[in-house]
Write a protein that binds this ligand. Structure first.
Ligand SMILES: [Zn+2]
Length: 346
């Protein structure tokens, strides 16, 4: 199969008809890629940047350093608190097959047993801003939780700025639908003519949440203005249980929306009436960023969470016929940048 050798160098071929996409054709690894001048290129950040914040689980201060990275290196997490520079121990690629736990947040790990938890809100910001290569250093087992949204990471990345790299960006174009179902939980990842679109619905007995649905074409603009500020949420009884078990030591009203029955406990209330489903979209953007390249497709999910998001990627990559790598000409970015959103909330 052409697209099973994911690391082999590839060059686009002309598909004719002014198509936005260029299918990638595998070439010998010693060949240089020959690409059109208008093919979208990979990016990284322009300079290193540092931020401190509290970790959700341990409740201690974590230092996060984001640094530029070379083309084709992807997003890499590095633990800087391990008394070793052996990269096999310190480094964990931000990929779906590094995920070792997805019960409360998304945790990745490597064969040496090194882990980093709560990566999804940072990954969502990185992916939404179309950053292909980045080194993410943390001096603890978790990414700082900040306010429970992607806001602080968006601001940090904005401050660092983006820089283009010479290599063409590879997208993952979905060719055949992947469908998963577990009781009332459902998710499909299917083909879409252009861009990346997410449609999520949730249904909670809690009257503040109830039924909510959101349909978003993911772009830097739509993510920044409609999704990034939505916070993670929880219920008071669950938070009390976690505290009693010595977990979620850093959890507070500063980093989550907390509900007690029909009451929002946060003094300033919600940022949107449908902040809950917006955050589910945020989580999906972060979890699906672990595909290792931007997705061109439609992700539709009902009542799901981190674990399901990850299972969808495993199912996609288990079936080589269901996707292919492509490059994109400039027009796709213009399309993706148009904030086309349909919002409905009960
Ligand atoms: Zn989240």
């Amino acid at each position: 199969m052409r697209n099973t050798d994911h690391d082999t160098f590839a060059e686009p071929v002309n598909t004719g008809g002014g198509s936005t996409f260029n299918k990638l054709r595998l070439a010998h690894s010693s060949d240089s890629p020959s690409v059109g001048t208008d093919v979208l290129r990979q990016t990284t950040i322009a300079k290193s940047i540092t931020m401190d914040g509290i970790g959700l689980h341990k409740g201690t201060l974590v230092r996060l350093v984001l640094a530029p990275a070379d083309a084709n290196t992807g997003i890499m997490f590095r633990r800087t608190d391990l008394d070793t520079t052996d990269r096999a121990i310190t480094d964990i690629p931000a990929r779906y097959d590094s995920v070792i736990d997805a019960t409360m947040c998304t945790t990745i790990g490597n064969a040496a047993g090194t882990k980093v938890a709560t990566i999804e809100h940072l990954m969502a910001a990185v992916s939404a801003l179309q950053i292909d290569n980045l080194l993410i250093e943390v001096d603890a087992e978790e990414v700082p939780v900040m306010d429970g949204s992607s806001d602080a990471f968006m601001a940090l990345l904005d401050q660092a700025g983006l820089t283009p790299l010479a290599e063409p960006r590879r997208y993952i174009r979905v060719l055949e639908p992947i469908a998963l179902e577990d009781g009332l939980k459902k998710a499909t990842l299917g083909p879409l003519d252009e861009g990346f679109r997410i449609n999520i619905d949730i249904d909670f007995e809690n009257p503040v949440i109830g039924k909510q649905e959101l349909d978003v074409v993911v772009s830097p603009d739509s993510f920044k203005h409609e999704i990034a500020s939505s916070r993670t949420f929880g219920f008071l009884k669950d938070v009390e249980l976690l505290y009693s078990l010595g977990l979620a030591k850093g959890a507070s009203l500063d980093n989550a929306v907390v509900l007690d029955g029909d009451e929002v406990m946060n003094e300033d209330g919600l940022r949107w009436p449908d902040e809950f489903v917006r955050h589910k979209v945020l989580d999906a953007v972060g979890d699906l960023a672990l595909a290792g390249a931007p997705i061109l497709g439609l992700f539709k999910a009902s009542r799901t969470g981190h674990a399901f998001n990850n299972q969808v990627l495993h199912a996609l990559f288990a079936n080589p016929d269901s996707w292919e790598y492509v490059t994109c000409d400039e027009p796709i970015d213009a399309i993706a940048d148009a904030p086309r959103m349909m919002v409905s909330a009960d």
